[in-house]
Write a protein that binds this ligand. Structure first.
Ligand code: FAD
Length: 479
């Protein structure tokens, strides 16, 4: 036993040296020589990627040195909530950005901040809350990194905001040769546009400059709406009301035809809070939520109980909270006790406003026919995105966010592939797009139809990253 460890280390060192010298070109070769099999997981437990080396830089200079020195492929990871190998490339170097988590400067009066890209929204919120400020646009949970959110061009429930890229003033990037560059709407605008929603294809984002918003008191308004009336309801009562801050509507199984609209609108400052905590406390335990989610997804009649019992219970009481509280939800509230047998996953479809009803009516039978164990479908809205090259909102869209449970074995995954491709066909028929941070079940042809701008991304990558150093399992498959 005693001789084994040094022997393994020597093999691994040799593998790294060979890979760096470009002599171990295939991922399989690199892995065969790397018995420790460094495994990069994501939140679902599916699509783990074996890499040759992991590094956790703390500064831009370290990122630059690591990228320059490594001659193989490089994948980049933020908080690791994407679900299909987007954060790593087999046999490559994995840059784990989570230690690059500082606020570099904050200008409260100008409402702008510059942060390192591995910073999580929740850590930024701690700092902003003291100044009466809030993140302007982010997802509905606060666990994600800023760099990961910019790289998928995430969105939240913010009324009229669109994706996070709209709030990005500038990014600092490390390119394939270690060069450090700044990109913004004025400086290298083509690169800037491609980095928003670029899934790490062009370089490592090391710093991000973001617009901020005021932290305001908000109150919740819950209204059931007929499916046929929902699009008009959103335009008139939500978008048309300047007090609206956050909005989504839930569709519940098995019918998915009775939206319950939830709008958080700006409250009168004198309205008493129903929740005194400024932010969701860290480390809170969510045993009740875990049990309820288990029961409705595993017990007979669970789908029906979601609509008849849970929804009214969840939204019955009035709520007045700080925006920062509602924006600091923790994904731990969704996390099951184990993901060994089953796991929870997301999908999202973006549909032009005029096709809202058509897509909703096609989606529901697909989910029922394939007996998808859906917890809910959350509807949101985004105005057209004029910034990102690979924009998911080419015009004003409604999005359908599906949250569902699947078994972890291969046959279950293959079944998910079948109905996912059916939903992608449906969204393409309705001139829409699907979201890329989730499982890679789309065919290459579906990807090309959804994102014809990929051709422009390829051309830009040839210029900016001529050896195609930056990669991951998403881009290996589709780009
Ligand atoms: C429970 C849950 C809820 C979600 N809700 C929403 C939602 O409301 N709205 C929404 O839009 N999305 C939502 N998502 C999806 C989420 O926004 C993405 O998965 C996002 O990527 C998560 O950020 P991350 O830091 O985990 O990124 P990661 O998964 O770590 O990375 C995502 C991509 O960004 C790249 N990347 C990461 N950091 C950098 C960097 N510094 N430089 C260059 N490239 C980088 C990676 O290579 C990868 O391709 C949700 C996901 C989960 C699990």
């Amino acid at each position: 036993m005693t001789g084994l460890v040094p022997a393994l280390s020597r093999r691994r060192l040799l593998a790294i040296a060979l890979a760096q010298a470009g002599l171990l070109s295939s991922p399989a070769e690199a892995l065969a020589a790397n018995p420790r099999q460094l495994r990069i997981d994501n939140v679902t437990g599916l699509y783990a990627v074996e890499v040759a080396r992991i590094e956790t830089p703390r500064t831009t200079a370290e990122v630059s040195a690591l990228v320059r020195a490594w001659t193989g492929k490089v994948g980049i990871g933020g908080a690791r909530f994407s679900m299909g190998g987007q954060i790593a490339v087999a046999g490559g170097l994995h840059l784990d950005m989570r230690q690059m988590a500082s606020v570099l400067w904050l200008k409260p009066k100008e409402r702008v901040v510059r942060v390192q890209a591995g910073l999580r929204w929740r850590d930024l919120q701690d700092r902003l809350d003291r100044e009466g400020l809030a993140v302007k646009t982010m997802q509905s949970f606060a666990n994600f990194s800023v760099g990961g959110s910019v790289s998928v061009n995430a969105h939240g429930r913010y009324v009229g905001h669109g994706p996070v890229g709209r709030t990005v003033r500038a990014v600092q990037l490390v390119l394939h040769d270690g060069q450090v560059v700044e990109a913004s709407r004025r400086q290298r605008p083509e690169l800037f546009r491609a980095v928003l929603g670029g899934y790490g294809a062009l370089g490592v984002i090391t710093e991000v400059e973001l617009d901020l918003a005021e932290n305001v008191k908000i109150e919740r308004i819950v209204e059931p709406v007929a499916l046929t009336d929902y699009a008009a309801h959103f335009r008139q009562r939500v978008l048309g009301d300047p007090r609206s801050v956050l909005h989504n509507a839930d569709l519940l199984p098995p019918a998915f035809d009775a939206p319950v609209s939830t709008t958080w609108r700006r409250a009168d400052p004198a309205t008493p809070l129903t929740e005194r905590e400024p932010l969701v406390p860290r480390g809170k335990r969510y045993a009740l939520e875990q049990n309820v989610i288990w029961a409705v997804t595993e017990m007979p009649g669970g789908a029906l109980s979601r609509a008849s019992v849970l929804q009214p219970l969840m939204n019955a009481r009035p709520a007045v909270v700080w925006l920062n509280h509602e924006a600091s939800l923790d994904v731990a509230e969704l996390e099951p006790r184990t993901r060994a047998i089953s796991t929870y996953a997301l999908q999202e479809y973006f549909v032009p406003e005029r096709h809202f009803l058509g897509f909703a009516r096609e989606m529901a039978p697909v989910l029922r026919h394939h007996e998808v164990n859906a917890l809910n479908v959350s509807i949101r809205h985004s105005p057209a995105d004029p910034d990102a090259l690979m924009a998911w909102a080419k015009e004003d869209v409604f999005s359908f966010v599906l949250y569902y449970k699947q078994r972890t074995w291969a046959r279950a995954s293959a079944q998910v592939g079948v109905w996912t491709r059916a939903l992608i066909d449906a969204v393409l028929r309705h001139e829409g797009r699907y979201y890329l941070p989730y499982q890679p079940h789309a065919t290459r042809e579906q990807f090309q139809r959804a994102y014809p701008e990929a051709a422009a991304l390829r051309r830009l990558k040839d210029e900016v990253d001529p050896g195609w150093k930056f990669s991951n399992e998403l881009w290996r498959r589709y780009l």
